[in-house]
Design a protein around this ligand. Structure first.
Ligand code: SF4
Length: 650
């Protein structure tokens, strides 16, 4: 039987297990990526493991989430990251040089390679045929030290593209259409592999918009085969030497098939406050728009901003609407500036930001209260923009720009009819991309530092004791479905600046759900969290497991868990138990929860069903779905303790 592209790459990198969906496999990692909010912990963990040098083919540390240096904390972190990259042998991308996924795509992504990144949108280079997976930072630290990455073998789903995009429909509409059909849970446990005649009609920048936002479907990864488009893109980058002709076998068998006819697509938009609230733009026309933002790792590339610039040429944006462009990389900024497009957009009323994640996580350009913001980003979770009552819509740069011109949501096809001289800009790549300067992207052999520099904001990594026999406590919080890692640890500027200071950061744990939680957890010396479906969706942020661990949380009872967050719970020694709907409905906040079994023994012995006794009154069952390796990690008190034990023994 033929293999899918995903299976071929995994096969080439397999060090343990078999490629059977649901089975745990260990794979060798070629490249790793970390960013600043997760990277400080990655390097502290790398150091705590006693590792001395990066062992993967390539490692890159980016500074993109917290680039504004409001006070010493972020700047200290940036300096620490630069020193860690220099000391251990990673590339270092300076604050302002761009968003990790954009800079990585432009400089390092390569067909056929595996990549692990401590950021949930790591799958972006799947558009170039790289199999890239987001994970917690500790997994990245271990992979950088030469350890295998363990994951449940995902199902591989064929997304067959047919036809060709019509004018005004874009790659963003392809992924919004998939979100509309499949929802934010539709890709869980799956790799989405794109095939079919529609593939060759999409350029690599369009493909990476799709693979980037596969994360919003919950997918483990998304990947395209390589072809002349890939070769062409790499040639324009001056990196054609990494091209490899790869794709699935003709008789490859997929777990499922989804067909998208590109020619049927129209401009779409995700309404507040979930990326899968997708409707045709024509259905929400007329809504007043106060802010338009173009940028992020999804649509912040040169090829995303150029259409906006072309639409704005010789026009003005509406006077009640602000429009901000935040390029995904300095390279994009520089090219637009050199070609005169920056001036053209500024003349139309646009403001420019530095190349950063910034507003995507509520840092800067926070919308006015109860106003509408149209963004080309990938997420619009409630409150993510920095204000609780936000109304963030997600759309393509074309739809966003049309709204900036009109001052309200408008289907760009209708605006074109109204204006008479507005043409669909289409997608254009530069003949030759310009490279990063060697001071913006510093190679290991050009490193600034050769020892770690730790300012006062850099704390120690807390370690957990081995799992105890008795696990349980008060149900400190009962939460709804789809609790995101943003709910667990908000990523706003005032909070994330403590990312390397776990005791301080823990004070904000779940504060968006209940601002008394952290204090109650500390007073109670731990307890239990209860949640509905898809607990921990969103980012790869391991602080979302580390901070509850620090507060003493021993177990989370949820109807289901998001993949990366569940792995993070194992990594930090918190027992994730799945409960059914009836149990979820019956448990109330404040209930006394006791895991009846000897937890340490039961976890080690492979027991899957755990008896949960509530208020010494009634009982229910919790399922532990964990591999042997995950059980060992849980029993040891988390992956750091477990890996340390192994190092000490061996
Ligand atoms: Fe940055 Fe937003 Fe992309 Fe995350 S989703 S990497 S915060 S731009």
């Amino acid at each position: 039987m033929g293999q899918t592209l995903t299976e071929k790459i995994l096969d080439d990198h397999l060090v343990e297990g078999e490629l059977t969906p649901g089975e745990e496999i260990g794979i060798e990692i070629d490249q790793v990526l970390t960013q600043d909010t997760t990277g400080t912990l990655v390097w502290l963990q790398f150091e705590a493991l006693g590792l001395e040098e990066v062992q993967t083919e390539l490692a890159a540390q980016y500074c993109d989430h917290q680039t504004y240096q409001f006070d010493f904390k972020n700047t200290d972190d940036h300096r620490f990251l630069r020193s860690a990259a220099g000391t251990f042998g990673a590339h270092f991308s300076r604050p302002g040089n761009g968003i990790c996924h954009n800079v990585h795509k432009e400089n390092f992504a390569a067909p056929g390679k595996t990549m692990l990144g401590s950021d949930s949108h790591t799958p972006t280079p799947g558009g170039l045929g790289e199999l890239a997976i987001g994970s917690g930072g500790l997994d990245v630290a271990v992979a950088m030290g030469g350890g295998a990455y363990y994951i449940e073998m995902p199902e591989v789903v064929n997304v067959r593209l047919e036809g060709e995009l019509p004018d005004w429909a874009t790659a963003k509409d392809v992924i919004l259409e998939l979100l509309r059909r499949l929802s934010v849970k539709g890709g869980v446990g799956k790799v989405l592999e794109y095939t079919g005649p529609g593939v060759e009609t999409l350029t690599v920048p369009e493909r990476t918009t799709i693979t980037n936002m596969g994360t919003e479907l919950g997918a483990t990864s998304s990947i395209f085969p390589t072809d002349d488009q890939t070769k062409d893109y790499l040639e324009r980058l001056g990196r054609e030497d990494v091209f490899e002709d790869i794709g699935p076998d003709e008789d490859a068998e997929y777990a499922d098939e989804i067909v998208v006819d590109l020619s049927d697509l129209e401009p779409l938009i995700a309404e507040p406050s979930m990326p899968d609230n997708v409707v045709p733009v024509s259905e929400v026309e007329g809504v007043d728009v106060e802010q338009v933002m173009i940028g992020s790792c999804t649509n912040g590339a040169y090829e995303d901003i150029l259409p906006a610039a072309k639409m704005l040429e010789g026009r003005n944006i509406d006077k009640k609407t602000e429009m901000i462009v935040a390029p995904g990389s300095k390279q994009a900024s520089e090219m637009l500036a050199r070609e005169g497009w920056t001036a053209e957009m500024m003349a139309a009323g646009v403001n420019f930001s530095e190349a950063t994640c910034g507003a995507c996580i509520g840092i800067g350009h926070v919308p006015a209260s109860d106003s509408v913001s149209l963004r080309t980003f990938n997420r619009n979770f409630e409150g993510r923009s920095g204000i609780e009552d936000d109304n963030v819509y997600l759309c393509s740069p074309e739809v966003a720009t049309a709204a900036a011109i009109k001052g309200e949501i408008v289907d760009p096809r209708d605006l074109a009819d109204e204006l008479g001289d507005l043409e669909a800009p289409g997608l254009e790549m530069p003949d030759q991309y310009i490279g990063n300067s060697e001071s913006d992207l510093i190679a290991p052999d050009n490193a600034v530092d050769d020892e770690l520099i730790k300012g006062p904001n850099i704390g120690d990594v807390p370690l957990k004791d081995p799992l105890e026999t008795e696990v349980g406590g008060e149900a400190l919080l009962k939460m709804e479905d789809n609790i995101t890692t943003d709910h667990i640890i908000p990523a706003t500027q005032d909070i994330l600046m403590y990312r390397s200071n776990v005791p301080k950061l823990s004070e904000f744990t779940l504060s968006r759900v209940d601002d008394t939680f952290a204090e109650r957890a500390l007073d109670a010396d731990g307890g239990v969290l209860v949640a509905g479906e898809n607990y921990g969706q969103g980012s790869s942020r391991e602080h979302a497991a580390l901070c509850p661990m620090y507060l003493g949380i021993e177990t989370v009872l949820a109807q289901s868990f998001a993949r990366i967050h569940k792995a993070n719970l194992f990594n930090f020694g918190i027992v994730p138990l799945t409960i059914d709907e009836e149990t979820y409905e019956k448990i109330e906040e404040g209930d006394d929860i006791e895991i009846v079994d000897d937890a340490a023994e039961a976890v080690k012995s492979g027991q899957t069903e755990f008896t949960i006794r509530v208020n010494d009154d009634w009982e229910a069952t919790g399922q532990l779905d964990a591999s042997e390796r995950e059980r060992e990690i849980l029993a040891a008190g988390g992956k750091l303790s477990h890996t340390k034990q192994q190092h000490d023994e061996g």
